[in-house]
Ligand binder design. Structure first.
Ligand code: UDP
Ligand code: CA
Length: 291
C-alpha cells in the first residue's frame, strides 16, 4: 500500500486561493500516492473551503483545515501577510495531529512537474527539516542576494541561505527537539526590532540554522525565474512564482507566461480551466457573488 503524503499550505485572498487549487491539482496529478492537504483555515474564504472540498473529492485527495490561535504571549503581527508567514513556521509542533510524522510545506503559487513522492522519500540525515538553497544561477539578480555579505554572511559562513517556498519537515524530530520553542523564542526576541525578520518565515529558520541545522534539498526541487537561470528550468521539479526585484509583473501574467510550453504536460491556463470544470466553476462563483 502506498504511503499518504501530507502537504501543508497557507493562503489568503482570491488570487492565492486560485493558485492554491492549481497547486493541489498539480501535486495530486504528479503522484500515485494518496495525498492529504492540511490547509490553514484562519484566512480562507468560505467559498474557497467549499470549492476545495469539491475539488478534493474530484481529485481523490483529502483535506483537513487546521487552525491554532496565535498565543497571547507571543508578539502579534499587524498585517495578514506577516501573520501568514508566522503561521508558516512558528506552530509546526501544534498545528497538526500529534500522530503525523512528516509533512511538506508547499507555497500556494507553486506547480509540480515531478512526482512529489521523490521528495517525500528523501533522507533528511537526522535534520529536523530540509529547504532548498537559493538559486544563484541567474546573474541578473545576484546583486539582490543580501545574504552574500555582511551580517548574514558572518552568521551563515559557508552554508547557503535557504528559500522558504518548499520544505520537508520531520515532525517527530521537530517535536522531540523542541524546535517550536526555539523558533518562538528567537522570533519573540528578534521581532522586538520591527526592522528585523523582514522575510519572517524565511529569515527565521536561516537565522537559527547554527543551532537547528537545515538539510539542503537538491536545487532542482525549486525553480523560480527571478533567481534561477533559464537553462536550469528543464531540470526543475517544481516551479514557484516569486517576485522579481528587477521588474513588477502581476502574478497571473507571470503564471501564464512561465508555466507553459514543452516542459509542461499542462499549461497554467489548462490547469486553471480544469480546476473550474472539476468544481463546477461558474455556478459556484455566481452563488458567492450573490452572498
Ligand atoms: N500569500 C497569500 N496571499 C497573499 C500573499 C502571499 O496567501 O496575498 C501566501 C501564499 O501562500 C504564497 C506565500 O504567501 O504562496 C508567499 O507569497 P508569494 O508567493 O507572493 O512570495 P514570493 O514567492 O513572491 O516570495
Ligand atoms: Ca511564491
Amino acid at each position: 500500500e502506498l504511503e499518504t503524503i501530507n502537504i501543508f499550505s497557507v493562503c489568503t485572498g482570491h488570487l492565492y486561493e486560485r493558485f492554491m487549487k492549481i497547486m493541489m491539482l498539480s501535486v495530486t496529478q504528479s503522484t500515485k500516492n494518496p495525498v492529504h492537504f492540511y490547509l490553514l483555515d484562519t484566512f480562507l474564504s468560505p467559498g474557497f473551503r467549499e470549492e476545495a472540498l469539491i475539488l478534493s473529492s474530484s481529485l481523490g485527495c483529502k483535506i483537513t483545515f487546521v487552525s491554532y490561535k496565535w498565543p497571547p504571549w507571543l508578539r502579534s503581527q499587524s498585517t495578514i501577510q506577516r501573520k501568514i508567514w508566522g503561521y508558516k513556521i512558528l506552530f509546526l509542533d501544534v498545528l497538526f495531529p500529534q500522530g503525523l510524522d512528516r509533512i511538506i510545506f508547499v507555497d500556494a503559487d507553486q506547480v509540480f512537474r515531478e512526482d512529489i513522492r521523490e521528495l517525500w522519500d528523501l533522507n533528511l540525515e537526522e535534520h529536523v527539516y530540509g529547504y532548498v538553497p537559493f538559486c544563484d544561477s541567474n546573474k541578473d539578480t545576484l546583486g539582490f542576494q543580501f545574504w552574500r555579505e555582511g551580517y548574514w554572511k558572518d552568521l551563515l559562513g559557508d552554508k547557503p541561505y535557504h528559500i522558504s517556498a518548499l520544505y520537508l519537515v520531520d515532525l517527530n524530530k521537530f517535536r522531540d527537539d523542541g524546535v517550536g520553542d526555539i523558533l518562538r523564542a528567537t522570533y519573540e526576541s528578534l521581532s522586538r526590532d520591527p526592522g528585523s525578520l523582514s522575510n519572517l518565515d524565511q529569515d527565521l529558520p536561516n537565522f537559527v540554522s547554527p543551532q537547528v541545522p537545515i538539510f539542503s534539498l537538491p536545487q532542482e526541487w525549486l525553480w523560480c525565474e527571478s533567481w534561477c537561470s533559464l537553462d536550469t528550468k528543464v531540470e526543475s521539479k517544481t516551479i514557484d512564482l516569486c517576485n522579481n526585484p528587477l521588474k513588477k509583473e502581476p502574478k497571473i501574467d507571470m503564471a501564464r507566461r512561465i508555466i507553459k510550453g514543452e516542459l509542461f504536460e499542462k499549461s497554467w491556463e489548462d490547469m486553471d480551466e480544469e480546476v473550474k470544470l472539476r468544481i463546477g466553476g461558474e455556478e459556484i462563483e455566481e452563488r458567492h457573488d450573490e452572498l
